[in-house]
Design a binder for this molecule. Structure first.
Ligand SMILES: Cc1ncc(COP(=O)(O)O)c(C=O)c1O
Length: 399
């Protein structure tokens, strides 16, 4: 067996199941799950219709590169979302459809890491668990950038010693962040791009929450946008990951994007032809419909805004609770340990939230996820309101 498999940690939800084992929550309270980041809003009809109308596509083998119409729709979306002239995104060489970003983030690391060169993969801490597993399976060491309240829950690129930059082959950034919802500024992205140019590493920018933002006038800055605005119009060393899962409430469609530096995309495409992850044609047509429509995405954001407002309104007089710049998560500081908080909340109120320490590792003497829980506002508004009232009651019992 591949010995790197032994380096993998149990997935957070395995730990959460264990934490809840043997507990009998009150039967008179319905269960509310705010633990999993699975969107629950209705998938738009335009997506399901396109999927169904193209089911005859399953009679054909799809190509890894995707049909040109899909790549064009993706390139056009990137151009309009990130203010890049449409003729500056090459749909043939700079764009690849992928079957969700989860597999893409993982396989990307396998394709780009050279295990012979003592590689280090940098990532935020806490983090989306795939980054670490991808680094381990690629034969790399993981180096964590703690995101804490002191640094506004953002990675501090200045804190990294130059010997780590020298060994760095890949850095994962996540903006808007899961679990913190924090957005990396243009200035910080510029700094990172300059570092990537100096030390020759790849930036993998996971932007799968970039469409779920609060401020309609100032959407989160994207990595390719920053590269372009810096004059780095070939997006050298820059790769971004986008997904329809959150944007379009279609996590089961398994459709996403990898885009950026054409040299890297070329190699990654070669890897993918062997890996074999091509999107079924029906999925490709459904994805075209999704990338070409913005009204459902705007509506989606409105629904999250309503939920954030209602949830925060109820809880703000019993705890410090802030609306994140983006994402659908609340990263809440807990008055007791995060695991106790999650366990007791489940026991008393039949609500599941995710302990922050399950999403992070000990690094530089701390576990930055400790004393936080991640609350995903994915349930319908009424359920979120019910959950907020129950959490309020629970927090009051801790005082
Ligand atoms: C930060 C982050 N990246 C990537 C993904 C994967 O999304 P998908 O594979 O559905 O595109 C998720 C899903 O929860 C996520 O939270």
């Amino acid at each position: 067996m591949n010995p790197n498999l032994d380096r993998l940690y149990p997935y957070p939800f395995e730990k959460l199941n264990q934490l809840k084992q043997g507990i009998e929550p009150p039967e008179n309270k319905t269960h509310i799950a705010l633990s999993i980041g699975e969107p629950k809003h209705q998938t738009p009809e335009l997506i399901t219709a396109a999927l169904v109308n193209n089911l005859d596509g399953i009679a054909k083998y799809p190509s890894t590169k995707g049909i040109p119409e899909l790549r064009t729709a993706i390139a056009d979306w990137i151009a309009q979302r990130f203010n890049i002239p449409a003729d500056q995104i090459n749909a043939d060489t700079q764009v690849l459809p992928v079957s969700g970003t989860r597999e893409a983030l993982f396989s990307f690391a396998q394709a780009v890491i050279d295990p012979e060169q003592d590689p280090v993969v940098l990532m935020p801490n806490p983090f989306y668990q795939i980054y670490e597993g991808a680094a381990f399976l690629a034969g790399a060491e993981a180096y964590f950038l703690n995101t804490t309240e002191e640094n506004s829950y953002l990675p501090d690129f200045d804190s990294i010693p130059s010997d780590i930059w020298q060994r760095c082959q890949l850095i994962f950034i996540c903006s808007p962040g899961n679990p913190t919802g924090a957005v990396i500024s243009k200035a910080e992205q510029e700094k990172l791009i300059n570092l990537a140019n100096s030390y020759n590493f790849i930036i993998a920018s996971d932007e799968c929450y970039t469409e779920i933002y609060d401020d309609e006038v100032h959407p989160p800055q994207g990595l390719l946008q920053t590269a372009y605005e810096m004059g780095q119009t070939d997006f050298k060393n820059c790769i971004m990951f986008q997904s329809l899962s959150k944007r379009s409430n279609a996590p089961g469609l398994r459709s996403g994007i990898v885009a950026g530096d054409a040299d890297i995309i070329k190699k990654y495409f070669q890897y993918r032809t062997y890996q074999g992850c091509a999107l079924p044609l029906s999925t490709q047509y459904a994805s075209i419909a999704a990338w070409q429509d913005e009204s459902h995405v705007k509506h989606n954001r409105d629904l999250y805004r309503q939920k954030f407002s209602a949830f925060i309104d109820i809880l703000q007089d019993v705890c410090v609770i802030n609306k994140p710049a983006a994402s659908f998560y609340i990263w809440l500081k807990t008055p007791i340990s995060d695991t106790e908080f999650a366990q007791q909340l489940f026991a008393q109120q039949h609500i599941t939230v995710l302990p922050g320490s399950y999403l992070s590792r000990q690094a530089n003497g701390i576990n930055p996820g400790e004393n936080h829980v991640r609350i995903a506002l994915v349930a319908p508004l009424e359920e979120c309101i019910d959950a907020a009232n129950r959490i309020k009651h629970f927090i009051n019992t801790l005082k």
